[in-house]
Design a protein around this ligand. Sequence first.
Ligand SMILES: Cc1ncc(COP(=O)(O)O)c(C=O)c1O
Length: 405
Amino acid sequence: LVTTSTDRPGPDAALAAIRPGIRDLPKSGILEIVDYARDRDDVMPLWFGEGDLPTPRFICDGATRAMSEGHTFYTWQRGIPPLRDALADYLSNLHAQPVEVDRITVTTSGMAAIMMTLTALLDPGAGIAVVSPVWPNIYAAADIAGAKITPVPASREPGGVWTLDVDTLFATCDADSSIRAIFINSPCNPTGWVCPAAEIERILEYSRRRGIWIIADEVYARLTFDLQTGEPAATAPSFLDIATSDDLLIVINTFSKNWCMTGWRIGWMVTPPSLGPTLEKLVQFSTSGTAPFLQYGALTALTEGEHFFQEMLARCAKARRAVIETLGPLAAVDLSVPAGAFYGFFRVEGELDSMSLAKRLIDETGVGLAPGVAFGPGGEGYLRLCFAGSPDYVAMALERLAKRL
Ligand SMILES: Cc1ncc(COP(=O)(O)O)c(C=O)c1O
């Protein structure tokens, strides 16, 4: 049988022949705004969740040393033992009770940990309740897993802070027996909401009673601020403070934010120890592990990086203050003061379409913000500004915004 090039399916046929759920994945609304500004070189980008500091030298040295020493082979699927041990120590010091090493799996990013978690927990068609608004990748990952997403919107009064009505969360889960997991990101990207300890307790108690998984995304756990003074505050309340090792709990975390390592793609998850062998297989059959020399760099971040982290946090606190002092007094702006993470999330009077407003702000001020619509139910009408960059740079962008707003 001879086929000519004209017999072959064209690119559209190829696209039509992949899984519809994958083909139809919506593009992230954050990337839509980045694309809009692509041809402009005068835009101050505050749309992504990262600062402008490169990874500090001593952490890079930890990785390059390991590479030169020959840590370049296939590696432990759940992470090199010294890194897992160091993570267990780090988490045990951070939280109210010990976190044992057999609960820890190193992953090629927090995102990969989320994807692996959803793949492991959710059959296609199974439900997941997602506290929203939240980082768009969460919805996309659940889509890829074929899960049915039920958003549970947090809410806020104008001028107030965000709150989650946990009774609504429970009623939502009670009403749909297909829901197998609750996804909760605290401190929250984009709202800055921090789930209070009492609510964490209630959610854990509900999970125990109903046999529903909790997926706790705690990547911003140490980026918290005192609402009165604006100074850095203690680690956010965590499920790891109170859960036992056999609770239906998976905690997602990353090296990206605390140590300016977004490009490294390295994170970790804490799970019941019984999931270990399954996670080992999932790692084997997806990434086959995280580059060992990167893991040594991450180990350096954990063991020597506290001073750097504290400096980075102080810098965020300063930039956060600039956000509150500049946007807060503007009559047309309704800013929710963030208790955690490094985002300002605000509304502008009379502006209901966040994508259109984000585009106009690029045209009129040259400042790039993420449109709230990208973050799911509850997000439309808001804009997200990342204040992880240098306080002077953030202040300059704020000045431009303030003139227009
Ligand atoms: C809420 C949340 N979870 C997880 C991540 C994943 O981080 P990474 O994939 O860089 O480890 C991010 C990154 O922005 C995030 O905002």
